[in-house]
Design a protein around this ligand. Structure first.
Ligand SMILES: Cc1cc2nc3c(=O)[nH]c(=O)nc-3n(C[C@H](O)[C@H](O)[C@H](O)COP(=O)(O)O)c2cc1C
Length: 187
């Protein structure tokens, strides 16, 4: 972050006081990154199957898009192994992590399917159309991919829920906790 060099506790000699009202940042992109970096939201694991291939990764870019009909969007980086599978899949699995699920977040966010067989390290079963369902995550749904498109360096997948399971109430695994994980792929 850039702090105005004229900043003094008593006044600012350079930016006509802007730096007293708000932090001055170098560009809109830097300011944007600071703002969104401070947001908090629940972390998910998104899984996909296409033919014999399966994939899954930790995802924070996700939100409900519609109530009736129900629609939910997840965004997956074009670098990720999961994206390669998801682009050929008809459905995706969306698993809502609990705050205790550090190990799952670390595995699916810190390792890539290009190098590691993540599904060899967790309990899972094949759901509809082979979509991997993680036993540890009872709060989950499978969504039919109603639309997929490139949105910058990610692909968005608009999902229409076709199967869902609801476990006990859990405290969600928050983004601020996941931030310390070193992603398996650069974004
Ligand atoms: C806090 C955090 C948030 C992340 N959010 C996303 C995301 O929204 N979409 C995405 O595609 N990857 C996201 N990632 C990165 C992937 O989970 C990570 O690169 C993973 O290792 C990719 O695995 P894959 O190559 O097997 O698909 C995130 C990682 C972390 C640590």
């Amino acid at each position: 972050m850039y702090r105005c060099p004229g900043f003094r506790a008593s006044g600012c000699s350079r930016c006509r006081g802007l730096c007293f009202d708000r932090r001055v940042v170098e560009s809109a992109e830097a300011a944007f990154n600071e703002i969104v970096g401070e947001l908090d939201y629940p972390m998910l694991i998104v899984t996909a199957a296409a033919g014999e291939r399966i994939g899954g990764c930790l995802v924070g870019f996700a939100t409900q898009m519609s109530i009736s009909p129900p629609r939910f969007t997840v965004c997956i980086s074009d670098k990720n192994h999961t994206c390669e599978v998801a682009r050929d899949a008809e459905q995706l699995g969306v698993h809502f992590l609990a705050v205790e699920d550090d190990d799952l977040a670390q595995l699916f966010g810190g390792q890539t399917g290009h190098e590691t067989d993540k599904f060899g390290l967790v309990e899972w079963r094949a759901g509809p159309q082979g979509t991997p369902l993680l036993d540890r995550c009872p709060n989950r749904f499978v969504g039919r991919i109603a639309d997929r498109r490139r949105v910058g360096d990610h692909f968005s997948f608009l999902l229409e829920p076709v199967h869902a399971s609801r476990g006990e109430d859990v405290r969600p695994f928050p983004f601020h906790r996941a931030k310390r994980i070193d992603p398996g792929h650069e974004a």
